[in-house]
Design a protein around this ligand. Structure first.
Ligand code: ZN
Length: 129
């Protein structure tokens, strides 16, 4: 298992971590298997979506904010309930098949670390099996 650090710069952003995962697959020597990505945070997540047009990730954040506003009638005193909800919606993990030593992603797919309560020092784990 490899631990990776990430410093997020915005309150909410999607950061492409595909290259980091791809390098771990390469280092692992696994040719047929699975690459697991796990985010050990309750206000961040991981998702797979389009990498070609950066407007897509901007629209994902805008869409989430429309459904789950930053400021709302929440009970959690820490004031970041929106980030906890978005974290659960995106999920804490994703897995991608590895075939011929390469991530089996679609042409337009990328793996994104999702920050919902930044900026912060974050980490994520990758395990290739
Ligand atoms: Zn909280």
């Amino acid at each position: 298992m490899m631990e990776h650090m990430l410093i997020t710069k915005k309150p909410q952003e999607l950061i492409d971590i595909t290259e980091t995962v791809r390098k771990e697959v390469e280092k692992s020597g696994v040719s047929e298997g699975m690459a697991y990505v796990f985010v050990p945070h309750t206000t961040a997540g991981v998702t797979i979506n389009e990498n070609a047009d950066p407007d897509v990730t901007a629209d994902i954040i805008a869409g989430l904010n429309k459904v789950i506003p930053v400021i709302g009638n929440y009970r959690h005193v820490e004031g970041n309930s929106h980030a906890h909800i978005k974290s659960s919606l995106m999920g804490a993990s994703c897995c991608v098949m590895v075939e011929n030593g390469m991530l089996k992603l679609g042409t337009w797919q990328a793996i994104y670390f999702c920050e919902f309560d930044g900026p912060r020092h974050r980490k994520f784990y990758i395990r290739v099996v």
